[in-house]
Design a protein around this ligand. Structure first.
Ligand code: C5P
Length: 314
């Protein structure tokens, strides 16, 4: 097999459409260190994949095209800056195959919400095109390509619960006995720019107006092993939360409403503005979500559980 032989790889790949499901992520612990010379912040984070999904379908085509439906897709550019297009091109260049596919994305993960929706779509594209083109890379190879697309993309190739270091791209699984955790995800109106939230944290820190950095995720990892939501609730933490609240003060009311509705804990997810709440079980999550939906402090409240698998062909 010669990797640059178009006919051969077309024979090798999938004939029919390839459908991939990819989850959203939250950060159970998001410790943000200093800015590095390359402009990224050194992170120690615990990623957790939850049951809110986007779906990407890849079909044979003569060029590379992308169409979309669902959550906020009118706001997304369908050009070369789109993370889906960048992911397809990166895999094609790595595997030395033509970047030919018709991609269709069904979005449920909100845009610019702190749930890594764009990164999830990039991860889904790598997995879908790998099958469509018959390039058959390992997950680790796909994660290597993913790291060049965005800091959260490698995690979404693996899913589960994992420790992220470096700028977030160095991922290692957290081994724990299987436990499901139940969440309520409160989606805000409008998004927040991730670079702007990091800049705001730098500003707060320079002004000594930020809380003490969280540091190591050891207590969060120990809490996960105890499998007790009451214990996990006390260990959740996010260094970006102060910065998201500073840019979007209304989120304080969302966090307060979730806790008033009985959530064990509430945090801003990633760079926000989505807030996530820990519940004791699925029924508890449903009650909190219903109360939050009625309260008017968020655009929508969904229940979810985690951990779930990363980007997978379905
Ligand atoms: O890696 P990604 O492109 O998803 O990151 C988006 C932006 O978030 C970066 O351009 C940077 O401003 C910020 N960021 C950061 N430190 C990280 C990850 C992201 O400052 N570890």
């Amino acid at each position: 097999w010669r990797p640059d032989d178009d006919d051969d790889h077309q024979r090798r790949g999938a004939a029919g459409p390839v459908k991939v499901r990819v989850p959203a992520k939250i950060n159970l612990h998001l410790g943000v260190g200093p800015v590095r010379p390359d402009g990224y912040h050194e992170l120690s984070t615990v990623y957790h994949a939850i049951s809110i999904y986007d779906e990407l379908t890849a079909r044979r085509g003569d060029t590379l095209t992308l169409t979309m439906e669902g959550e906020g897709t009118g706001e997304l550019a369908l050009d070369e800056s789109n993370l889906v297009i960048r992911a397809a091109r990166a895999l094609a260049a790595y595997a030395r195959v033509p970047a030919h596919a018709r991609l269709h994305l069904r979005k449920q993960i909100p845009l610019a919400g702190g749930l890594a929706g764009g990164s999830a779509d990039a991860a889904a594209t790598l997995v879908a095109c790998d099958t469509l083109w018959g390039t058959e890379l390992s997950r680790d190879e796909l994660a290597g390509i993913a790291a060049g697309i965005g800091s959260d993309v490698p995690f979404l190739i693996y899913g589960g619960t994992a420790l992220g270091t470096g700028r977030g791209e160095a991922v290692s699984p957290v081994l724990a006995r299987p436990t499901s955790w139940y969440w309520v995800v409160a989606v805000a109106d409008g998004g927040l720019s991730t670079p702007a939230v990091y800049r705001e944290l730098d500003r707060l820190r320079a002004d000594r107006a930020a809380p003490e950095p969280l540091g190591s995720p050891d207590s969060l990892l120990a809490a996960l092993r105890q499998r007790d939501p009451g214990v996990l609730a006390k260990a959740l933490g996010n260094d970006l939360q102060a910065a998201s609240l500073s840019l979007r003060p209304a989120l304080s009311a969302t966090l307060a409403a979730g806790e008033a509705a009985g959530a064990l804990a509430g945090i801003v997810s990633g760079s926000g503005p989505t807030c996530v709440f820990l519940a004791a079980d699925g029924a508890h999550a449903s009650r909190i979500a219903a109360e939050l939906s009625a309260s008017g402090v968020c655009r929508a409240a969904h229940t979810a559980y985690g951990p779930v698998a990363g980007a997978r062909v379905v």
